[in-house]
Design a protein around this ligand. Structure first.
Ligand SMILES: [Zn+2]
Length: 272
């Protein structure tokens, strides 16, 4: 993603959000992002100021914040971003996720947290700059670790108060001030499950726009400890064999990808 400083053009594609809902154009095979000219033609009076312009691959995009609530006419729909994780292609979801993080940045940094004055978009730095004290406010990211913990063939899953009751997922949590990613991984495992880890190894990471996380995935083996769910947010923690997994996250989440990769490795081992 590159911020685009060139003159806006009407054939650019439009990401128009109202809160966490994205305005989409419907067609027979599904949905797509509208062009700016389509939006203007269909909703000439719409209060939806342009916040940012950026390029993604070869295409140019505009981010708009819709300031009014309205029911779209036939052929258009509002879609909640979180629901799009299961229906959009990976690349299109990554684009909308990026736009949503920029929107969150613009919405939460309208005023300087240091002196309370309004901010304006800086022309050179990609920041929101305070009009009084000059403080730069860059897009905020909250790093979090997510852990694929195994013991032999078995996978550790937890049920969390944050998720629907039937959904089991992986141990995860935000990195605290002063911590390394590795320290956060060991602390989260201990807090949520009572277990100690060994062979902690980085897998991959993913920007996750709810609202501005950077999810960093690790795999690890259980070294020891007594399995017990953490008192604050974990309802249940248990080991599962790969062919006996309960309902787990799917779609584009990093938890879904980690579990799919674990199942694939386990399947390969079984058939070797
Ligand atoms: Zn300030």
């Amino acid at each position: 993603m590159e911020f685009d400083e060139r003159r806006p053009r009407s054939e650019e594609t439009c990401l128009c959000f109202q809160e966490d809902h994205l305005l989409l154009r419907e067609f027979q095979q599904g949905v797509c992002l509208p062009k700016v000219e389509e939006l203007r033609a269909s909703f000439p009076q719409l209060a939806a100021p342009l916040l940012e312009r950026f390029t993604w691959g070869d295409a140019r995009y505009q981010l708009h914040e819709c300031l009014e609530s309205f029911s779209p006419p036939p052929g258009w729909r509002w879609s909640r971003l979180r629901q799009l994780t299961s229906s959009l292609p990976t690349e299109l979801f990554a684009l909308t996720a990026t736009a949503f993080q920029l929107l969150h940045w613009r919405q939460t940094r309208r005023y300087c947290g240091r002196c309370g004055s309004p901010t304006v978009r800086a022309s050179v730095e990609r920041s929101l700059r305070c009009t009084t004290c000059g403080q730069d406010h860059f897009p905020h990211l909250a790093p979090a670790v997510i852990l694929l913990i195994t013991r032999g063939e078995k996978l550790l899953l937890v049920r969390s108060l944050r998720h629907p009751p039937q959904l089991w997922s992986l141990v995860a949590g935000f990195v605290e001030a002063g911590e390394s990613l590795e320290q956060a991984a060991h602390r989260e495992a201990l807090e949520e499950t009572g277990l100690e880890l060994e062979n902690l190894s980085y897998c991959y990471s993913q920007a996750w726009p709810f609202p501005s996380s950077l999810m960093v995935a690790f795999s690890a083996n259980c070294r020891g400890g007594k399995l017990r769910p953490g008192p604050d947010e974990i309802v249940e923690a248990a080991w599962f064999l790969p062919d006996r997994l309960p309902t787990t996250p799917t779609g584009l989440s990093i938890a879904g990808r980690l579990i799919a990769d674990y199942l694939q490795r386990s399947h390969r081992r079984t058939h070797e």
